[in-house]
Design a protein around this ligand. Sequence first.
Ligand code: FAD
Ligand code: A2P
Length: 287
Amino acid sequence: MTQLQNPTPLAAPDQANKSLAPLPKGGNSAADQVKVTAVTHWTDKLFSFQTNRPPSFRFQSGEFAMIGLADNDGKAITRAYSIASPHWDDHMEFYSIIVPDGPLTSRLRHIQIGDDIILRPKTTGTLNLARLRDGKRLYLLATGTGFAPFASLIRDPETYERFDEVILVHGCRTIAELGYSQKIVADSRAHPLIGEMVTAQLHYVPSVTRENFTQTGRITTLLADGKLASSLSLPPLDANFDRIMICGSIGLNQDIAAQLLAKNFQEGNLSSPGDYVIERAFVGDGI
Ligand code: FAD
Ligand code: A2P
């Protein structure tokens, strides 16, 4: 795929005294290393980056991999990251939070073009199309960096072959935090290969909770009061026709799952595809 064009990126964070340690010698084969080819800072807490893709690296849209850096002692610090790029792309893309004292992201925030990062070859995850029964509409519900797996899925032609309509809802606190999803959706609509199906079949619903915006409110509220479907002139959620993927904090995931269970939606897995699937966007939020 063509590289994403960087829109007016923010200045990279201060690099002083933050040089990255070289990759650890032991435990990481050359096959685990990729080179950073682009970095965009969207806010002071969010950035995306691209790397080369090892020729043998395979994954399914919506999956995550372990990526990381070496610490000052040469020990690998790796974390789960959803792969934001589509499976057919020749580069890898990731979308990251910055946790100020986070072992990985306090370092990862300083990566620059040409740096090496660790990318473990194994991929996995629950947000895949194979876990869902056929249906008419696919709802992709994300908050924050939970958008990352959907950045991959909305660029996968199979998503549009399986479902007539795809409704992507991205909830954030502020408008600035929508920058990455807005850019991915705009680029996907304009893409020479997938643009036509994305334009015809994808509804993008960005929603903000702590500023005024065209759409405000939590995803849970938009779902519960039926405003989400009605604003798109779609019928109310119905387990006979609608399929759902959820990726956010544990609270969001639980609240949406409770709403869906009350409407007789069943969670899907590989042996028994269902009506909805859930992935946590991160761990450690109180559980
Ligand atoms: P950690 O010690 O890992 O985290 C410190 C605390 O920061 C956590 O306890 C949590 O409260 C908070 N936190 C961590 N990650 C996030 C986040 N993404 N959003 C909000 N708060 C967070 N992170 C991404 O940025 N992008 C991804 O695509 C992504 N995909 C993930 C997929 C899975 C399946 C899981 C389980 C996690 C994913 N994460 C993702 C979280 C990621 O693994 C790390 O937790 C994150 O990069 C922070 O690493 P850290 O070492 O700096 O801090
Ligand atoms: P709110 O601003 O009302 O807390 P965060 O940055 O904390 O991860 O939040 C990202 C978005 O997810 C925010 O819009 C936030 O709304 C929303 N959010 C957080 N927790 C929940 C939840 N349990 N249910 C629905 N939305 C949530």
